[in-house]
Design a protein around this ligand. Structure first.
Ligand code: KG4
Ligand code: ZN
Length: 336
């Protein structure tokens, strides 16, 4: 009997300490510990994040192994997020992954965080066929990616300033909501918020690029012109209206990219892909344009280690291992 190929994935690029185990391409455990310490500061404090990763990484990896009912000696490889991300948090994950791989005498596999977000679409069935377009929207990135193969990706367009998740978080902050704000805007908008209650202008950029800094300024001027009582009373409508314009900007470019490329297989990735309005609007567009769409489960959109594990699994098939002395990032597509 052959043993299933078993890989541990570790994610520590920002404020989630996460570990997952994958058996022959199937996720068998997925543990995420979100760091709550940053809420009081309204954003992630890198040094505090690194310290929290140090505290959490052993319990999180231990929990992932326990959930998978296995011992670390049964692992065949260790995958970890090599970047991009916050330096201190990345160092904690990479030092831990390197030490564990070295002590067990098994290969190490460095994973690019954004590639992992895209490949989260391969965790569950059905899986997309190549080529497909992936709208990758997180706290640090907003890109339309042409995915030609697991590790052949071309960025067709991207934000020229803030990422979409960053815009969600800053807008939530201006509304006096907590951090991280994207999920809170989503939640308040669902309280029967009317997406047409307030008109916020979309920003138009050439090609398939995006810009989200202007809308943030417009929103800040809007908030300054209103009283706290008005904002409180109209919270759901304000959240729904600003969310609608952000989602419209994303889907407008995605539609143009689909039309220009002639590709009708469309996927979502990244934390903002957890947004319920984005998911719902993409479904409506898919029906209209006859697209086949792929949207990962919410747990695989926001930062997690299952996406790192699946990426490491595909890299293992290529024997794309990382040396213990690795300093540089894995190869990532440059803009076309
Ligand atoms: O991918 P991710 O977990 O971390 C990064 O790689 O950046 O993305 C985090 C971003 C944050 O900006 C957060 O506010 C946003 O994803 N986000 C959402 C939702 N859930 C998370 N934005 C809108 N609606 C949501 N439901
Ligand atoms: Zn991420």
């Amino acid at each position: 009997m052959t043993h299933p190929l078993t890989i541990l994935g570790i994610e520590s690029s920002c404020d989630e300490t996460a570990a997952a185990v994958i058996h022959d391409g199937k996720i068998v455990s997925n543990v995420v510990m979100s760091q709550l310490i940053h809420q009081q500061y309204g954003g992630v404090v890198p040094e505090l994040a690194a310290r929290a990763h140090e505290t959490n990484i052993i319990p999180v990896v231990t929990a992932a192994l326990k959930e998978a009912a296995m011992e670390k000696e049964q692992l065949h490889a260790i995958g970890f997020t090599q970047g991009p991300g916050l330096l201190g948090p990345l160092l904690v994950g990479s030092c831990f992954a390197k030490s564990l791989a070295f002590s067990l005498g098994i290969p190490l596999i460095g994973v690019h965080h954004i590639q992992a977000h895209v490949l989260a679409n391969f965790i569950d069935d059905p899986k997309p066929h190549f080529p497909f377009l992936c709208l990758t929207v997180s706290g640090g990135h907003t890109q339309i990616i042409l995915v030609k193969d697991y590790f052949s990706m071309e960025v067709l367009g991207e934000t020229q300033d803030d990422a979409a998740g960053e815009a969600f978080d800053k807008i939530a902050h201006l509304m006096g909501l907590g951090y991280p704000g994207g999920a809170l805007i989503d939640r308040y908008a669902q309280e029967e918020g009317n997406p047409q209650a307030f008109a916020f202008p979309a920003t138009h950029m050439p090609h398939f690029d995006f810009s989200f800094s202007g809308i943030k300024t417009v929103f800040s001027l809007f908030i300054r012109s209103k009283t706290p009582a008005f904002i409180q009373a109209n919270r759901a409508d304000i959240a729904a209206s600003i969310q609608a314009v952000l989602v419209h900007m994303l889907l407008d470019k995605l539609t143009k990219a689909a039309q220009k490329s002639g590709i009708g297989t469309i996927a979502l990735a990244g934390g903002v892909a957890a947004n319920s309005y984005l998911r719902q609007q993409l479904k409506a567009l898919a029906a209209q344009h006859h697209w086949t769409i792929f949207v990962p489960a919410i747990a695989y959109c926001t930062d997690n280690a299952a996406m790192v594990a699946i990426t490491a699994y595909y890299k293992h098939q290529l024997k794309a291992f990382t040396g213990l002395d690795a300093k540089s990032l894995p190869r990532y597509p440059l803009r076309a």
